[in-house]
Design a protein around this ligand. Structure first.
Ligand code: FES
Length: 81
């Protein structure tokens, strides 16, 4: 079974049960956040570093490596100074 999420306005499809980070990585995204001018994506993969945070359904600071992707999620890149 598949799950489709919107990532910065583009639909991305992954497998049911994957985290948002898993869906993004599976779709070829290696980074999805900018912090202090540098691209960030997944680092620890277990909820500690917070390098993977993004906005999900309007909630900022969601850790992509810990949040299961749900059908229709709206995911947005975060840019922080
Ligand atoms: S990759 Fe470290 S918290 Fe998600």
């Amino acid at each position: 079974m598949s799950v489709t999420i919107s990532v910065d306005g583009t639909d991305v499809t992954g497998r049911d049960g994957q985290t948002i980070a898993g869906v993004l990585l599976g779709a070829g995204h290696r980074t999805w956040r900018t912090a202090a001018g540098q691209e960030r994506g997944i680092f620890c993969g277990m909820g500690i570093c917070q390098d993977c945070v993004l906005t999900v359904n309007g909630v900022e600071g969601v850790r992509a490596c810990q949040r299961a992707a749900c059908e229709g999620d709206v995911v947005e890149r975060e840019v922080r100074a």
